[in-house]
Write a protein that binds this ligand. Structure first.
Ligand code: NAI
Length: 396
C-alpha cells in the first residue's frame, strides 16, 4: 500500500515501515560511531519500542554488545491498517541486532499484567539465565491493576488550582491560551497508580523472586522535572505526583537490591519529542523554544545522545554516577542550564503566531513528530508501494 500520515488529534494513526527502519538505523549508526561501553550483557527493557526505551535498547546492544528482551504494547498491521511505529521499530531493531550476532527477543503485551511478567521471566530463564540491567521506560495513559482488576487512567492536570498558559497547535502553528482545570483527588490517585512506581516495584519483586536478577544488577527508570513555567501542569501536577512516587520507589528498590550489590536509579532526562510528550499541554511550545536555543548553542541532544551519555558517563562510566540532593541522575543538566532557561523565559513572554518561526524550532518539532511515525525521513519515497505487513522475528 501507499502509506501517508493520518491524524486523529495529536495521534498519528498510520506509520511507515521503511521510514521507521531508517530512523532506528540512524540511531544505531550514531551509537556505532561512539566509543564502546563496558556495560551490561543481558538487558530487559520495559517500554522498549519508542522514545527513551528504544534508545536504551539500541545503546545496550550497539554500545555494550548486550543481548536484550524488549517488552512493549504495539499493534501489528491488519487489513488496510498499518502497524504502529513501535511495531516497525521493534522489527527493525531485531533485524539489525541479529545481523550483529546479538540476541534480541521481544514480547508484545500489557507490561502491567502478571502474565506478561511471567512470560518475560520464562524467556530470561530460557535464553539468558539472568539479566544485569532492567530499564523501566513505560509511558501509558491507562493501567488495569493486576490484582484488583481496577481500570486506572492517568490525567495531565494541575493540582489545587486551574492553570492557564500558551499552547501551540504544531500542525498549524497557531498559539492559543489554554486553561486546564485542577485534578480531583481521585484523578491524582489514579495517575500515581498508572505512572508511579508500583508496577516498577512489581517487576523487580517478580524478577527477584524468580532469581533472574544477576549479582550487581542495575535498575533504572526515567523521570522529568523541567522549568518553572511547566511546573503547574507537569512536576507539580498529577504526573509530577506520579514521578515523586517513582523516585521514592527507586530508594525502596535500592535498599532491596543492596543484598546482591545491586543499584536502583532514576534518571531525570531532557524534554524531547515523543508520542507521550506531545500529549502534554504547553510542553510542545516549550520544547520548540528549547530546541531552537539548544541547537543555536550546539547543546541539543535527542533520545539516543541522552541515553548514550547516561550509559557511558553515569551508569557504566567506571565511577559512581553524579547524583543530585534527592539521589537522582541529572542528564537534563544541559536543558536546565541557567542561561538556556533564561532565554526560554524571555522568548516565552513574546512568542505569538507571527514570530513563532523566528523564535522557535516549531518546524523541527513538527518534522521530528512526523519522523516518530516514519514520515518525512530523507531517502524514503513515500509515493512508492510498501509492504505494511512486517514481522517481528521473535514474535511471529
Ligand atoms: P514513549 O511513548 O515514546 O514510549 C512508551 C513505551 O511504553 C512504548 O514502548 C510503549 O509500547 C510502551 N508501553 C505503553 N504502555 C504499555 C503497556 N501497557 N505494556 C507494555 N508496554 C507499554 O514514551 P517516552 O517519552 O520515551 O517515555 C518513557 C519514559 O521517559 C517515561 O517515564 C517518561 O515520563 C520519561 N521521560 C520522557 C521525557 C520526554 O520528553 N519524552 C522526558 C523525561 C522523561
Amino acid at each position: 500500500m501507499i502509506i501517508k500520515p493520518k491524524f486523529r488529534g495529536f495521534i498519528c494513526t498510520t506509520a511507515h515501515p521503511e521510514g521507521c527502519q531508517a530512523q532506528v538505523e540512524e540511531q544505531i549508526r550514531y551509537v556505532l560511531e561512539q566509543n564502546k561501553i563496558s556495560g551490561p550483557k543481558n538487558v530487559l527493557i520495559i517500554g522498549a519500542s519508542t522514545g527513551y526505551g528504544l534508545a536504551s535498547r539500541i545503546v545496550s546492544t550497539f554500545g555494550c554488545g548486550a543481548n536484550t528482551i524488549g517488552v512493549s504494547f504495539e499493534r501489528p498491521s491488519s487489513g488496510k491498517r498499518t502497524a504502529t511505529a513501535g511495531w516497525y521499530n521493534t522489527a527493525a531493531f531485531e533485524k539489525n541486532a541479529r545481523q550483529a550476532g546479538v540476541k534480541a527477543y521481544s514480547i508484545n503485551g500489557d507490561a502491567f499484567s502478571d502474565e506478561i511478567k511471567q512470560e518475560t521471566i520464562a524467556l530470561i530463564q530460557a535464553e539468558m539465565g539472568q539479566v544485569d540491567l532492567v530499564i523501566y521506560s513505560l509511558a501509558s495513559p491507562k493501567r488495569t491493576h493486576p490484582h484488583t482488576g481496577e481500570q486506572l487512567n492517568s490525567v495531565l492536570k494541575p493540582i489545587g488550582q486551574s492553570y492557564t498558559n500558551k499552547n501551540v497547535d504544531f500542525h498549524t502553528g497557531e498559539i492559543k491560551s489554554l486553561t486546564v482545570e485542577p485534578a480531583t483527588e481521585e484523578e491524582i490517585r489514579q495517575t500515581i497508580a498508572v505512572m508511579g512506581g508500583e508496577d516498577w516495584q512489581m517487576w523487580i519483586d517478580a524478577l527477584d523472586q524468580a532469581d533472574v536478577l544477576a549479582e550487581g544488577v542495575t535498575t533504572l527508570a526515567y523521570s522529568y522535572i523541567g522549568p518553572a513555567l511547566t511546573h503547574p501542569i507537569y512536576r507539580e501536577g498529577t504526573v509530577g505526583r506520579a514521578k515523586d512516587h517513582l523516585e521514592e520507589t527507586a530508594q525502596i528498590l535500592q535498599r532491596k537490591l543492596e543484598a546482591k550489590q545491586g543499584r536502583a536509579f532514576v534518571s531525570i532526562n531532557k524534554a524531547l519529542v515523543t508520542q507521550s510528550s506531545a500529549a502534554i499541554p504547553v510542553v510542545p511550545l516549550y520544547v520548540s523554544l528549547l530546541y531552537r536555543i539548544m541547537k543555536e548553542e550546539g547543546l541539543h541532544e535527542g533520545c539516543i545522545e541522552q541515553i548514550y551519555r547516561l550509559f557511558a558517563e553515569e551508569i557504566f562510566g567506571g565511577s559512581l554516577p553524579h547524583l543530585d540532593a534527592k539521589g537522582r541522575i541529572r542528564i537534563d543538566n544541559l536543558e536546565m542550564r541557567e542561561h538556556v532557561q533564561a532565554e526560554v523565559d524571555k522568548r516565552w513572554d513574546t512568542v505569538n503566531d507571527q514570530n513563532l518561526i523566528a523564535l522557535s524550532d516549531i518546524e523541527g518539532y513538527r518534522k521530528e513528530f512526523f519522523q516518530l511515525f516514519g514520515f518525512e525521513v530523507a531517502g524514503i519515497d513515500y509515493e512508492q508501494e510498501t509492504n505494511a505487513d512486517v514481522a517481528i522475528p521473535s514474535i511471529d
